[in-house]
Design a protein around this ligand. Structure first.
Ligand code: UFG
Length: 339
């Protein structure tokens, strides 16, 4: 019988791509999502791409009763992959209590569910943000954590700690903390992709919206960083590669806690990304240099050796494909899932 995975937030950007990769790897997939920042259409398209069905339940993970009812119905689950959560860095500064309440409560419900239903594996959607304002790159899993620059980042840090404590008290449990670097791009089919609400906070969706004429220009936040061209350097990773990292994490999970960086190990500057996007898509992306954005670090990229050695996982796509697929999705779905 196929292993069954429960994806919280599985209709979102990373969740939907991961649902697809689990289906393609032969898993049965159950998705829970309250659709507060996602669309059920993503699930329909995942089903079409995989030619398999997903059990979808619209619920908020903070609702422990609803989760219990679902888990009673679906039978034995092999792993919970926990994506659900609020994720806007700037908004988290304005609404810290809402962020702590939502993100921590949902993680606690995941732990309670794992305990009550004897679910052996938890995979958590963490972030390079837990490294805070780390000065030394590349970041390795043992680099210091903490010193996060916003409440969103602290929720990731705190959930990692909650899961470590839970694992310590539950020797049979496997916990994998996946620290994502900068996921961008979309499935090469252009059927699923990133669909941010309102003005995008992140670079790639903003560039896409400028390229299709939805916004006049990109603001480049600072060109006086100590980097080759002065703009910020990040480790962009294709969302399909990232999604595959979750399947590898489930396949390799053993009792105890494991932490993996999911990045390519290569950094690109804002201007390198913009120039690559223009070249591969043959499109203009007007931009203007403006002040630095508070809280941004100059350079952030991963050492992704551990994931390669222990999970047999490495990113396959380069920046060209990331830019190509992001634009393909944007062109095919100029208004995201709202049409
Ligand atoms: N940038 C611009 N203009 C924009 C948006 C971004 O110049 O309109 C620049 C930023 O200054 C930065 C780079 O593009 O140098 C990437 O910025 P993003 O907002 O796309 O990504 P961040 O690295 O700031 O944030 C990401 C994730 C967060 C996570 C953080 C730290 O989106 O969830 O990494 O790991 F918390």
């Amino acid at each position: 019988m196929a292993s069954k995975v429960l994806l919280t937030g599985g209709a979102g950007y990373i969740g939907s791509h991961t649902a697809l990769e689990f289906l393609l790897a032969g898993y049965e997939v159950v998705v829970v999502d309250d659709l507060s920042n996602s669309s059920e259409k993503a699930i329909e398209r995942v089903e079409k791409l995989a030619d398999k069905s997903v059990r979808f339940e619209r619920l908020n993970v903070c609702d422990g009763e609803a989760m219990r009812k679902l888990l009673t119905e679906v039978g034995a689950v092999d792993a919970i992959v926990h994506f659900a959560g609020f994720k806007a860095v700037g908004e988290s500064v304005q609404k810290p209590v809402e962020y702590y309440r939502n993100n921590l409560d949902s993680a606690l419900v995941v732990c309670e569910a794992a305990k009550e239903f004897n679910i052996p594996k938890i995979v958590f959607s963490s972030s390079a943000t837990v490294y805070g304002l780390a000065e030394r790159v590349p970041l390795v899993e043992t680099s210091p954590t903490g010193g996060c620059t916003n409440p969103y980042g602290w929720t990731k840090y705190m959930i990692e700690q909650i899961l470590r404590d839970f694992a310590k008290a539950t020797p049979s449990l496997s916990v994998t903390l996946l620290r994502y670097f900068n996921p961008i791009g979309a499935h090469p089919s252009g059927e699923i992709g990133e669909d941010p609400l309102g003005i995008p906070n992140n670079l790639a969706p903003f560039v896409c919206q400028v390229a299709v004429g939805r916004r006049p220009k990109l603001n480049v936040f600072g060109n006086d960083y100590p980097t080759p061209d002065g703009t910020g350097v990040r480790d962009y990773i294709h969302v399909v590669d990232l999604a595959k990292g979750h399947v590898a994490a489930c396949d390799h999970a053993k009792p105890g806690v494991k932490v993996y960086n999911l990045g390519t190990g290569r950094g690109y500057s804002v201007l390198e990304l913009v120039e690559t996007f223009k070249r591969v898509n043959n499109v203009d992306v007007p931009y203007e240099i403006v002040d630095r954005r508070p809280g941004d670090v100059a350079i952030c990229f991963a050492d992704a050796t551990l994931a390669r050695e222990e999970l047999g996982w490495t990113a396959q796509y380069g920046l060209d494909e990331m830019c190509r697929d992001a634009y393909n999705w944007q062109k095919k779905n100029p208004n995201g899932y709202r049409d």
